[in-house]
Design a binder for this molecule. Structure first.
Ligand code: ADP
Length: 262
């Protein structure tokens, strides 16, 4: 809905903003370096008339600082607000919007496990993650195909290869987005989570989608895994801790039962 649209527009805007800022920032740095080089040369030649160039360098450095502040202010506008979220309800809501985004050649399948315990995470960011993964899946299936969104609970002992403590101690839920698209080569797969890494044409990809999702999942004390092979499609698995904790080991090694009531 409006929030989701806003979210994906925001990611796009962030990409444009960071791209633009990096460019302007680089220009200012070039100016600072140039001015300081003149100062260095003049001083080496015994000249004292360097005020103007030092002034220029300071001026450019201040403008560069303003630029990074702008970027940080934009990035900080969104603190995480974790809540108890019903995964299936959230997926069902997004599924209403998706056909318009996916187009007619892509079939959307939902495979939702019944009676799931709620997850603990920021619903707006989770929504935006699902939307971004679906857009990536769409882009990987230009000839059409199938997008599957699956939810489930993960039995103890199963789940991600690297399981953070938060998932060992709480029931774990799974959200999986799979496509039957082009898949990734090992080189692309290795860099897919890097900020600004994109294989999409200029103006289409920001390279920020997966890196932002990775950041959000890690901050939510979950884990994310990517399976992909050229010609065999891609599956992204997101593991999130439930809002209800089974037990929590304290630093002293005692076992206490704790409930998270957001
Ligand atoms: P963007 O979509 O803007 O390129 P992402 O961080 O979301 O940025 O993705 C980075 C890169 O990972 C993509 O450019 C693409 O090469 C690859 N990728 C992501 N999702 C998929 C997918 N479902 N199928 C194939 N490749 C993918």
């Amino acid at each position: 809905t409006r929030a989701q649209l806003f979210q994906s527009q925001k990611i796009e805007a962030l990409g444009q903003l960071t791209g633009g800022i990096a460019h302007d920032f680089n220009n200012l740095l070039q100016g600072i370096i140039g001015s300081l080089e003149v100062v260095e040369m003049r001083l080496a030649a015994g000249r004292q008339d360097v005020d103007r160039f030092l002034g220029n360098a300071i001026d450019s450095a201040k403008r560069a600082a303003t630029l990074t502040h702008r970027l940080l202010a934009f990035a900080r506008r969104q603190p995480l607000a974790p809540k108890s979220v019903n995964l299936n309800d959230l997926v069902a809501q997004i599924a209403e919007l998706l056909p318009a985004t996916l187009g007619e050649r892509i079939t959307l399948k939902l495979d939702l496990a019944p009676a799931l315990v709620p997850v603990l995470c920021d619903p707006n960011l989770l929504e935006s993650a699902i939307l971004n993964l679906s857009i990536n899946a769409r882009d990987a299936m230009p000839e059409g195909g199938c997008l599957t969104i699956r939810t489930g609970s993960v039995p103890p002992g199963e789940g991600p290869l690297r399981r953070p403590h938060s998932l060992r101690d709480a029931p774990t839920l799974l959200l999986q987005v799979s496509d039957t698209g082009a898949g990734m080569t090992p080189e692309v797969r290795a860099r897919a989570f890097d900020p600004f890494f994109t294989t999409k044409p200029k103006g289409r990809g920001t390279g920020l989608g997966l890196s932002m999702i990775h950041g959000f999942v890690t901050q939510s004390r979950g884990a994310i895994e990517l399976e992909s092979e050229p010609g065999h499609g891609t599956t992204v698995s997101i593991y999130l801790p439930s809002g209800e904790r089974r037990s929590m080991r304290t630093l002293e090694g005692r076992s206490t039962v704790t409930r998270w009531e957001p």
